[in-house]
Design a protein around this ligand. Structure first.
Ligand code: ADP
Ligand code: ADP
Length: 226
């Protein structure tokens, strides 16, 4: 696993909206970091700058020892999961999960083994030959996660991945995400506006407001400090 370092990161969108201001943040290798704050505070923008989907206006982004500030998403070895699942509707679960590996030229036997392993971890082993339309919302979101992690990225980024699910499923998926993280040990950055989700999932929680990092600490310390 590789850590992530943000040094003085700013984002000003065309039109002048200052979405992120002077963020300094170090995420340790293998850590589960949650970015939390109200809608519009810049969480997604910050995550997208780590992914390389959005350029920084100022500052530097490092993944491990590499300065990735000017690198494209595909050069960063990150995987990202969004709120909407964006699965390929005509492909089976297995094909969806293997897709990224296929693009990278991974051999069929290896693709199959890795997809099977990830499917097992996510409780999808019995659903591998189904199409997305024949899955529940929670199962689809698991496939989206499986598709992201099957490549064994250095960094796993999630933007409100549970917010399309009903409340009960969200709670059970939290536990599942924690287990998945323990098992993979991949550096994870997770965006949510839900404080309880943040406190439950995060080893540390970074609180953003109006594009500024307010505090970053363990849930216990954040909870007990005034
Ligand atoms: P959050 O994820 O916390 O809801 P965002 O990062 O999506 O916050 O947005 C932060 C601010 O940047 C908001 O004011 C939002 O309107 C603005 N913003 C987001 N994306 C764009 C964009 N592509 N162009 C212009 N402004 C944007
Ligand atoms: P498998 O994963 O079962 O070993 P292959 O990867 O050998 O299958 O793919 C078999 C063929 O099916 C290839 O020519 C591939 O381009 C094609 N293919 C892949 N995905 C789809 C899809 N969703 N629908 C139709 N054909 C596909």
């Amino acid at each position: 696993a590789a850590g992530i370092t943000l040094d003085g990161v700013d984002k000003v969108y065309r039109g002048g909206v200052k979405a992120v201001s002077g963020v300094d943040l170090t995420i340790d290798p293998g850590e589960f970091m949650v970015l939390v704050g109200p809608s519009g505070c810049g969480k997604s923008t910050l995550l997208r700058m780590i992914a390389g989907l959005e350029e920084v206006t100022a500052g530097r982004v490092h993944i491990g020892d590499t300065d990735v500030t000017n690198k494209l998403p595909q050069q960063r070895d990150v995987a990202m999961v969004f709120q909407s699942y964006a699965l390929y509707p005509r492909m089976s679960v297995r094909r969806n999960m293997e897709f990224g590996l296929r693009m990278r030229g991974t051999k069929a036997a290896e693709r199959k083994a890795r997809a099977a392993e990830v499917a097992e971890t996510l409780g999808l082993a019995h659903l591998l030959e189904r199409r997305p339309a024949a899955l529940s919302g929670g199962q689809r979101q698991r496939v989206a996660m499986g598709r992201a992690i099957v490549r064994r990225p250095k960094v796993f980024l999630m933007d409100e991945p549970l917010s399309n699910l009903d409340a009960k499923l969200r709670v059970s998926m939290r536990a599942e995400l924690s287990r998945l993280h323990q098992r993979l040990g991949v550096t994870t950055v997770y965006v949510t506006h839900d404080q309880i989700e943040a406190m439950t999932l995060g080893q540390r929680v970074a609180v953003l407001r109006d594009g500024v990092l307010q505090q970053c600490d363990t849930p216990a310390n954040l909870f007990h400090k005034p």
